[in-house]
Design a binder for this molecule. Sequence first.
Ligand SMILES: [Zn+2]
Length: 364
Amino acid sequence: MSEKRPLSSYVINKSALKRIAFIYIPLYAAFWMTFFIIGEITQKHEDALVMTQDFKHQIPIAYNDRYNVEFMGLEKYHPFDSVKYRRVFNALGLPEEKILHAGEPDRSILLLAQTPAYLESLNSSWTLARITELGFLRFFPSNVTRNALLEPMMYQVGGSLLAASAALDRGWAINLGGGFHHASADSGNGFCTYADISLIVKYLRQQEKIKRAMIIDLDAHQGNGYQRDFLGDKDVFIVDMYNREIFPHDGKAKAAIAVKVELPAYTSDTAYLPDEQQALKTAFEKFKPDILIYNAGTDVLDGDPLGSLRVSEKGIIRRDEMVFQAAFDHHVPIVMLFGGGYQKSDAPVIAKSILNLKKKFSLW
Ligand SMILES: [Zn+2]
C-alpha cells in the first residue's frame, strides 16, 4: 500500500535541498575560493605595450611568451595546441632580444576598436565561456579566466599592433599570434575576444599612418568580426577565402567582402592555390592599399577538425609565399597574423612557412 505524498513534497524535496545546502554549495564555495586564491597568487605583472621599439634594427617579428594559454598544466591533455606560439618561436631559433617585444595595450587603445560595454563584459567568466566555447570556464572566478585566457589574447593584440607599425617601416612584419577575425567592436565569438584586425586599421588611421587597408583572410573560416566593423567602409578592401560549409555563415558580414571565394568542404591544393592566385590578382587590380593585413590561419590544413579543408603542408607554404610575393610586387607593406589552427601539427608547418619566407625573400 503506497502512502500518499503531499503535493508540496514534489515542489520542494527536503532531502535534495539539504544536499544542496550542506554539500554542494559549501563544496563549490571551497572550489571557488581555492581558485580565486590561486588566481591572485599566479597573477603576473603586466608587461605594457611599448610602441617605440627599434624597428630598423630588430627583426620585425613580434612575440611574448605570455601569448600561450596555460591552465595549471591541464592544457597538455587538451587536443588543441594552446602553446603553438611558443613552439613556433622556438622552432624559428630567434634570440628574444633580436625581435619585437609584445606587451599589453592600454585600455585607451583597445577602445579605438571595442565598445566600453563589451570590454566590461569580458570581466565575466560567463562571457568568456561563451566566446571560447569552453563551458567549464564559467565556474571559475574571473581573475583565473583573466590570467589564463584574456591576458594571452591581450598580449597577442599588442603584438598585432606592434607588427603592423613595424611593417610600415620595414615593408613586412609577422606577429606570432593574433588574427582574431570573429571579434568585432561589440561582440566576441569563435575563440576571438578582441578585434585586433579592426584595431590595426583604426590605430594606424588615428596615428595618420594609413588611409587604405587591404585584409586578406585565408583562415578556413569567414572573418565576420572585422567585416561587420568595416561594412560600408570604401577604404578597407577585404579578400576572404573560406569553407562555405562551416561556421559562422554570417550573411550580413559577407556584404563587406570585395573578393569572396567560397570553397566547398575538402578543397585541396589543386583547386585552392589557383583560386588564391586569381583572388590576389583581382584584389590588386582593383585596390591599392597603404598596408596589407594577412590573416594566415592554418586551419585549412588537411585533417583540421574545424576547417574541413585539405590543403597540404606544401600548399600552406606556397599559399603564404604567394601573398608575400603579391605584396612585394605591388610595394605594399605586409603584416602577417596567425589566425586559427590548433592541431599539434600546425606549429611545425607555420615555422617552416616563415623560414621559407625568410629564405625566399631574404627577410633577415
Ligand atoms: Zn578559422
